[in-house]
Design a protein around this ligand. Structure first.
Ligand code: P1T
Length: 458
């Protein structure tokens, strides 16, 4: 926490101390006890308007769309967790995306990772392309050569949009490498990292040189599946851009309510605790899925044998690396916690996938992620249904791909739930296939008997 603070005992906190750690900031920044009442937790400022002592003389607030104490507190808290200076909150992650894209002006070009969140894909290709003539190139930022990435940048390229790990195939982008490359280009595009999947706990893109970080707060930051909201964080050097985005926040008015900001700030306080548990549970489950006879492929970059493990390890935030250092050897024998998202391909195709999703007891079949409760979904038909099938399949979003948002329940209960649902889904669809084979064989025998011709030769 860098600014001087009024302490609980009334003393002023000097700046001359070791910087507070991530969990301390999560609990304290934006939540200073009220100087007026002593309330330890901020009250909710529902008033839409604020008294002025004379025209233009006020306590920092005029009208709640332009500024609100709960929104300020939340923005301050997230900015500190992302090691940034400016936090700017919006009514949803999607409103956040829309505002960033609006800020680019007409005729801009954006390079985006080729498996962005389906809603981001939709906004870039179907909304901004119409309303502001936006051009977009989707590039495989994981495997493309430096030359290919550089050649995708045009004179009007204003922004490079990264999601890492990507949603839902969990491909890990080498963020510092892309930043180095993009910043070396004469067009000087900005680099934005959508850090929703890892949260500020596992990844700190601004420390790696990113220009903007965005979050769907709806996910891990709020953490309880009861708020839809988004946020941007920018470093000190981007004061002008931050002013522009704050201007658009007010002018477009897609702002979160004071109550949502209050709830999300409460969520922030437990972010480190939750993220540790999400990560530990996800690592155990990913290892369990690896051993399952009903699973074709497991995708979790924390797994030691995952192709993206080395990049994942190198990209960890300092606080996540510190957490991992404290874990016992048996916990990290087969990997490290790396967020709470696990994707896998089930044997038996779409039929088995759909069956699995209706057989779980604790995993709820639902879109979204990042809450304390576990969720499961079928990206091809749900979150990524807005991407044309051909495009989806090219980037690995096949009909047998299941995405799990691993919650904070007892991991043994989650494992039992997955085991029984897999057995029911795959064994059942296998026995259906067996049934069908038997029936076909019967039918064939009958045809053979009647016609005297073997059906295979007919
Ligand atoms: O839902 P909203 O708060 O508007 O956030 C959009 C968004 C932005 N970025 C990423 C990486 C996201 O995953 C999302 C929303 N995602 C889901 C709803 C989902 O189930 O994947």
């Amino acid at each position: 926490m860098s600014p001087a603070l009024l302490l609980n005992n009334g003393h002023i906190h000097s700046n001359e101390h070791r910087p507070d750690g991530f969990a301390t900031n999560a609990i304290h920044v934006g939540s200073e006890p009220s100087q007026e009442t002593g309330a330890v937790m901020p009250s909710i400022a529902l008033s839409t308007t604020f008294k002025q002592d004379a025209v233009g003389v006020h306590k920092g607030y005029e009208y709640s769309r332009s500024g609100n104490p709960n929104r300020d507190a939340f923005e301050k808290a997230v900015a500190s967790l992302e090691s940034g200076k400016y936090g700017i909150a919006f009514a949803s992650g999607s409103a956040t995306t829309a505002t960033v894209v609006q800020s680019l002006g007409p005729g801009a070009h954006v390079v985006a990772v080729n498996d962005v969140y389906g809603g981001t894909f939709r906004y870039l290709t179907r909304v901004a392309s119409e309303t502001q003539g936006l051009e977009v190139s989707f590039v495989d930022l994981e495997t493309s050569s430096d030359e290919a990435i550089l050649s995708s940048i045009r004179p009007n390229t204003k922004l490079v949009w990264i999601e890492s790990p990507t949603n839902p195939t969990l491909r890990v982008i080498d963020v510092p490498d892309i930043i180095r490359l993009v910043h070396s280009h004469p067009s000087h595009p900005l680099v934005l990292v959508d850090n929703t999947f890892l949260s500020p706990f596992y990844s700190s893109p601004l420390l790696l040189g990113a220009d903007i970080v965005m979050h769907s707060v709806t996910k891990y930051i709020n953490g309880h599946s009861d708020v839809v909201m988004g946020v941007l964080v920018l470093p000190q050097r981007h004061v002008r851009l931050a002013e522009r985005l704050r201007y658009l926040q007010n002018a477009s008015g897609a702002i979160p309510s004071p109550f949502d900001c209050w709830l999300a700030l409460r969520g922030v306080k437990t972010l480190p605790l939750r993220m540790k548990q999400h990560g530990l549970n996800a690592l155990r489950i990913a290892n369990r899925l690896l051993d399952s006879p009903y699973v074709e492929e497991v995708i979790y970059p924390g797994l030691i044998d995952a192709s993206r493990h080395a990049i994942a390890l190198a990209s960890l935030s300092p606080h996540a690396a510190k957490f991992i250092d404290t874990l016992p050897a048996d916990v990290v024998a087969h990997g490290v916690p790396y967020g709470g998202m696990v994707s896998f391909r089930i044997k038996g195709g779409e039929g088995a996938a759909e069956k699995f999703l209706t057989k779980t007891r604790l995993f709820t079949l639902a879109e979204s992620l990042g809450g304390v409760e576990s969720l499961a979904e079928l990206p091809a038909l749900m979150t990524h249904g807005s991407i044309p099938k051909e495009e989806r399949e090219k980037i690995g979003i096949t009909d047998d791909l299941i995405r799990l948002s691993i919650g904070c329940e007892e991991v043994e209960d989650l494992i039992d739930d997955i085991d029984q649902a897999l057995a029911a889904a795959v064994a059942q669809s296998t026995s259906l296939v067996d049934d069908l084979t038997v029936k076909k064989a019967h039918a064939a025998a009958i045809v053979h008997h009647i016609n005297g011709v073997h059906p295979l030769h007919a």
